[in-house]
Design a protein around this ligand. Structure first.
Ligand code: SAM
Length: 259
């Protein structure tokens, strides 16, 4: 406990009890759930989650934190720690290994790789029941943004095509040790059912979204040059002079299917 937090691992330990309780009650774990925590740190969320779920798998990159976590968890429940970079964890394989139909993933994420972690989880969405993450509030705003908003972009479209995104509440810097420079927020992500998923090639969708938002201020006919021509964009009922930020996630799927 109370190790010096490491900046290089994005360590900001949550210490305010009321926020820990709010996160745990938002997750509402049940005995028998297969809960996986990303970045348990000193166990602020791990121990209350373990107390209810009885079994928990935690993925932690910092070796120094592992003995403390094991010692604190021993009287509470069965904590299995995977010492790894979370980006290298195959969640679909982990679900099979744990004998779970789907995982419930939670974590106060290391902010320096929060977007890569989100994209990584989305790749394994079929193996995930839900996700509850603490992130920079600015990132949560982008994830949940709607077309027309200044912060609507690649993250909003890619996440909303895979999950229902629900921002839950804001957490101030003072709730952490050391306090981060920005406000944080907790968000719930629930992967869409197979029949709600976009009908299209994920790689093509990714390519179109990336190209369209690479230069936000340019029109689609400009940014999608080489991918979809102007006449085709128009034939889909989309204005080629529009900017990416005005298109719905479903519009991007239409465009991708035309490439
Ligand atoms: N859950 C704890 C809490 O709320 O107090 C710690 C949260 S802290 C913001 C992020 C945690 O993620 C740290 O424990 C850090 O060591 C861990 N971490 C950083 N990079 C990681 C990575 N690539 N894979 C797994 N864990 C990582």
């Amino acid at each position: 406990m109370n190790a010096r937090p490491k900046k290089s691992f994005g360590q900001h330990f949550l210490h305010e009890k009321r926020y820990i309780e709010r996160i745990v009650s938002s997750i509402a774990p049940r005995d028998g759930d297969t809960v996986v925590e990303i970045g348990p740190g000193e166990g602020a969320m791990t121990m209350p989650l373990l107390a209810v779920a009885k079994k928990l798998t935690a993925i932690e990159l910092d070796t120094d934190l592992i003995p403390g976590l094991q010692a604190r968890a021993a009287p509470i429940g069965d904590l299995r720690i995977v010492h790894s970079d979370v980006l290298k964890v195959d969640f679909s394989a982990l679900a099979r290994e744990l004998g779970a139909e789907r995982l419930r993933i939670a974590g106060n994420l290391p902010y320096y790789i929060s977007s890569p972690i989100l994209f990584h989880c989305v790749e394994h969405a079929a193996a995930i029941q839900d996700m509850h993450f603490m992130l920079q509030k600015e990132v949560v705003d982008r994830m949940a943004a709607e077309p027309g908003s200044k912060v609507y972009g690649r993250l909003s479209v890619m996440l909303q095509l895979a999950c229902k995104v629900t921002p839950l509440f804001t957490v101030p810097p003072g709730a952490f040790r050391p306090p981060p420079k920005v406000d944080s927020a907790v968000v719930r992500l629930v992967p869409l059912a197979p029949d709600q998923l976009p009908k299209g090639d994920p790689a093509k969708i990714h390519a179109v979204v990336k190209a369209a938002f690479a230069m936000r201020r340019k029109t689609l006919s400009n940014t999608l040059k080489g991918l979809v021509d102007e006449a085709t964009i128009r034939s889909l009922g989309i204005d080629p002079k529009a900017r990416a930020e005005t298109l719905s996630p479903a519009d991007f799927v239409k465009l991708a299917n035309a490439t």
